[in-house]
Design a protein around this ligand. Sequence first.
Ligand SMILES: Nc1ncnc2c1ncn2[C@@H]1O[C@H](COP(=O)(O)OP(=O)(O)OP(=O)(O)O)[C@@H](O)[C@H]1O
Ligand SMILES: [Mg+2]
Length: 252
Amino acid sequence: MNTAQVQVQGLSKSFGELAVLKHIDLSVNAGEVVVILGPSGSGKTTLLRSLNLLEQPDSGVLQVCGHRVEIAPGRQLDRASRQQVALLRQKTAMVFQAFNLFPHMTALENVIEGLVSVKKVPKAIALEKGRQLLARVGLEEKAGAYPAKLSGGQKQRVAIARGLAMEPEVIFFDEPTSALDPELRDEVLSVMRQLASTGMTMLVVTHELRFAREAADRVVFMEHGVVVKDCPKAEFFGQASGERIQQFLRRY
Ligand SMILES: Nc1ncnc2c1ncn2[C@@H]1O[C@H](COP(=O)(O)OP(=O)(O)OP(=O)(O)O)[C@@H](O)[C@H]1O
Ligand SMILES: [Mg+2]
């Protein structure tokens, strides 16, 4: 049986007059890799940030890792919902385009920061786990390096290791490779492909069609705040996906 790890119903969000998300429905099953594609400004980042309430939607129902949050128009979240938000944040990780590492901490310290400060894992155990995670992303020899001494691809791999340290059930990626030179993208994409093959549930906003072709189960295409297409990748990349999708794909 498929269990929805992320389920979104009727999610809407406006910035002032601008309706950025218009009644979005989306579901991601446990173990699925879903890639979100779409032109700039279509609402991809806003959608991702809404899923862990980094952005407060105007209305809709979210269910993430078993935690349900209902957002009613014009109303603040009640206490029970805020508690659900805190819990779902502990089960999700977010990897951003801009890495967001602490500059005054080494790679290893960045990786274990959440383990020590949020999960209260004893330092020695956290350090051991942090080293294992850095090895998993191919950076064991950079444990003591500060972010300023790392390449963009290495910084992003540290950011992924930091996310994994919290043992998330779902990882959200927002254009994790778009700040990187082409030759550095592959090292990050290969870590992501490896992660996908372990059965991690992943929702990935990217312009990397190759990643979508290789690692996605499903592709969601957004435009003007609407999900235009949501289908298995074979269908998306096939001839029958429709003129709008073909036109979008031709631009790459
Ligand atoms: N905090 C904000 N305040 C006002 N408008 C915003 C804000 N964040 C996003 N927007 C607007 O919402 C729309 C969708 O933005 P969003 O960042 O979600 O798009 P995107 O699909 O991620 O685009 P890109 O591919 O360029 O990253 C854009 O028109 C953007 O200008
Ligand atoms: Mg974006």
